[in-house]
Design a protein around this ligand. Structure first.
Ligand code: PGA
Length: 255
């Protein structure tokens, strides 16, 4: 990930909101307007069945493809799952792991998230590791502890030989989809906490060149600038505001 490491990273997480046709259509509209954007690393994360169609649209363009999840085994009898190798085959570069919706609805644990992170890296995919506290954890004064636990657990045994990349996304669970992002200085504080954990795991040069920290949770046109180019934060994971071509294009143009 090094050549473009200084550029802001903007990932669109479409979740399970769009049909295949809608995904391809949105990808087309976004690509038409933004494919000449060289200042930003842009990533579209459609639902699994839309990956081939969106891959076709972004092919040879400066927009990358991301998946919303991955299984932790390379291949085998795992009904319904999708392997990192298959994602690679489809042209996927980034993969979201540990999103709070999966932790909540699919009961993904820190160990599952760690296994997925390792499996993604083994295929040369860039994991977008999502961490964040719930409202109850926050009210209990546990925010930093929860973040530190999630990052430490997910990165247990992870090394980053050159050529591999990692993104850690701070996503306060209670803010996702709420329309109200956290204060930028709070996101920055949490990014510092994450960075501190990373310092205990990776050499400084690896963090510098191969790891990026981003923010996610109700990012929109009015607040995106505050979360990007604010070291150690250098990007955003966008849900709701990435579902309309116009809104997403406006959002990226704020940068
Ligand atoms: P949101 O979602 O932008 O709709 O809050 C962010 C996310 O879940 O990644």
């Amino acid at each position: 990930m090094s050549p473009s490491h200084n550029k802001p990273l903007v990932l669109a997480n479409w979740k399970m909101n769009l049909s295949v046709r809608q995904s391809v259509d949105l990808a087309r509209r976004v690509t038409r307007s933004l494919s000449r954007t060289t200042k930003i690393d842009l990533v579209l994360c459609p639902t699994f069945p839309a990956l081939p169609g969106v891959a076709e649209v972004v092919k040879r363009k400066s927009i990358a493809l991301g998946a919303q999840d991955v299984f932790w085994k390379a291949a085998g009898p795992y009904t319904g799952e999708v392997s990192p190798a298959v994602l690679r085959e489809l042209g996927v570069k980034y993969v979201i792991v540990g999103h709070s919706e999966r932790r909540q609805y699919l009961k993904e644990t820190d160990i599952v998230v760690q296994q997925k992170t390792l499996a993604a890296l083994a295929q040369g995919l860039i994991p977008v590791l999502c961490v964040g506290e719930t409202f109850a954890e926050r009210q209990a004064g546990q925010k930093d502890v929860v973040i530190m636990r999630q990052v430490t657990a997910a990165l247990k045994g992870v090394t980053l030989p050159s050529g591999l990349g990692l993104v850690v996304a701070y996503e306060p669970v209670w803010v996702i989809g709420s329309g109200q992002a956290v204060e930028p200085r709070e996101a920055l504080h949490t990014a510092q906490v994450i960075r501190q954990v990373l310092i205990d795991i990776f050499p400084p040069s690896v963090i510098e060149r191969q790891v990026r920290l981003i923010y996610g949770g109700s990012v929109d046109t009015t607040n995106i600038a505050a979360f990007v180019r604010q070291p150690p934060l250098s990007g955003v994971l966008v849900g709701g505001a990435s579902l309309s071509a116009k809104q997403f294009i406006d959002l990226v143009r704020q940068l």
